[in-house]
Write a protein that binds this ligand. Structure first.
Ligand code: PMP
Ligand code: GLN
Length: 390
């Protein structure tokens, strides 16, 4: 029999699915896959309910409901002072994941080079490779995850079509600085490249560190697409509503792919997300404040147990080095052991590298802290007991 697609066939089931299934099987507290354990703001859910009852429930416009496209443009004006024409510079997708796929399918020509920064979110490489693009990987290194300017410059060439930039970044929890963004912008201008900016955690930065969208830098408006996710911003990861803004030419290219991928996104959810994006600024500010307190709670607990906890400047996640605990085995073994023996699931770090277990980065476990305090405390207690009576 003929083989199925060989590029995608190389990949197993995502580590998030694998670890969540193991957590369910062993009744472990799931601090692996990134999702909140609350159900999102009641008023936004009520807006979706109303929109479902009142309709229409038929295909909405391919680019998204005007009210959501307008709300996405207005949100970017309110937070970043971006002047955007919603009709040509804003569109809706079924989650940020579809936006990423639409960008890569819409922009990349087979053989084009795309710069990506490891560790990276799991879908970037498979989608790019399936689109025929050639990844040029650069690593940020622990513990500070600073951008290596020389290596980045070496990764760019005249064949570079674009860079994928994720800030705040999953899993390293780094927030890019203005200086780093300026350096990236300089290379994009020098090599005539675009940027796909995955900013799904834009409202979750900590300790007063600002989130700076690359698109706000001088002359970047023509070169960037900025992707947001209702799943993250409204703590409802199952909703899968994404909103992107950017240069008209890039949005148009993205739409060419979107119309054949999903075509539209459920209209009831779009209406509710439009309502959500128009909320007062306090809502968005409180997201980061709440999440920072949870980061501190989990981070202190894990440090007391003996993990080396690395800085988390943003996102839902923190990275820990588990070597001080004296475990004999790599990150995948460690996270499986944690789930089955201690009753707490975490995610190994090596799947966030192209080389996986061969990456040389096999001593980190990622923990998710967007959970209620009781659950975080229960997880810390279980881990404390397991690793020796804390
Ligand atoms: N990018 C990053 C960095 C993520 O962590 C996620 C999270 N799940 C996504 C994209 C996908 O977002 P969505 O659920 O809206 O597709
Ligand atoms: N973004 C989530 C994480 O990093 C997972 C999303 C998924 O399961 N695909 O945990």
């Amino acid at each position: 029999m003929k083989p199925t697609n060989t590029i995608l066939g190389e990949y197993g089931t995502t580590i998030f699915t694998v670890m969540s299934a193991l957590a369910v099987e062993h009744k472990a507290i799931n601090l692996g896959q990134g999702f909140p354990d609350t159900d999102g703001p009641a008023d936004i859910r009520a807006a979706a309910e109303r929109a479902t009852q009142e309709g229409p429930n038929q295909y909405p416009p391919m680019m998204g409901l005007p009210e959501l496209r307008q709300a996405a443009a207005a949100h970017n004006k309110a937070f970043y002072d971006l002047d955007l024409d919603w009709q040509t510079q804003s569109m809706v997708t079924s989650g940020a994941t579809e936006a990423l796929a639409a960008c890569l399918f819409g922009l990349v020509e087979p053989g084009d080079e795309v710069v990506m920064i490891e560790p990276l979110y799991d879908c970037y490489l498979p989608i790019l490779r399936r689109a025929g693009g050639v990844p040029k990987l650069v690593r940020i290194e622990p513990p500070h995850w600073e951008l290596p300017y020389d290596a980045l410059e070496e990764a760019f060439s005249d064949d570079t079509k674009l860079i994928m930039l994720n800030t705040p970044t999953n899993p390293a929890a780094k927030v890019y600085t203005k200086e780093e963004l300026e350096f990236i912008a300089g290379l994009m201008e020098k090599y005539d490249a675009y940027a796909v900016c995955d900013e799904v955690y834009e409202h979750m930065t900590f300790d007063g560190k600002p989130h700076i969208p690359l698109i706000t830098l001088p002359s970047m408006a023509e070169r960037c697409i900025k992707i947001g996710s209702a799943g993250k911003t409204f703590s409802m990861t199952g909703w899968k509503v994404g909103y992107s803004v950017g240069a008209p030419k890039l949005i148009e290219a993205m739409a060419k792919a979107h119309q054949f991928l999903t075509f539209t996104t459920p209209p009831n959810l779009q209406k509710a997300v439009a309502y959500g994006l128009n909320k007062d600024k306090e809502y968005f500010g409180s997201l980061g404040i709440d999440m920072q307190a949870k980061r501190d709670r989990l981070s202190d607990g894990l440090a007391n147990i003996g993990f080396e906890v690395m800085a988390s400047e943003g996102t839902y996640f923190l990275t820990t080095d588990f070597r001080p605990l004296g475990f004999n085995g790599d990150d995948t073994k460690f996270c499986k052991h944690l789930t089955t023996e201690a009753g707490v699931a975490a995610v190994p770090f090596s799947p966030f590298y192209q080389a996986g277990a061969e990456s040389g980065v096999t001593h980190f476990a990622r923990f998710c802290f967007c959970k209620q305090n009781d659950l975080l405390d229960a997880a810390i207690e279980r881990l404390g007991k397991h690793f020796g009576g804390v």
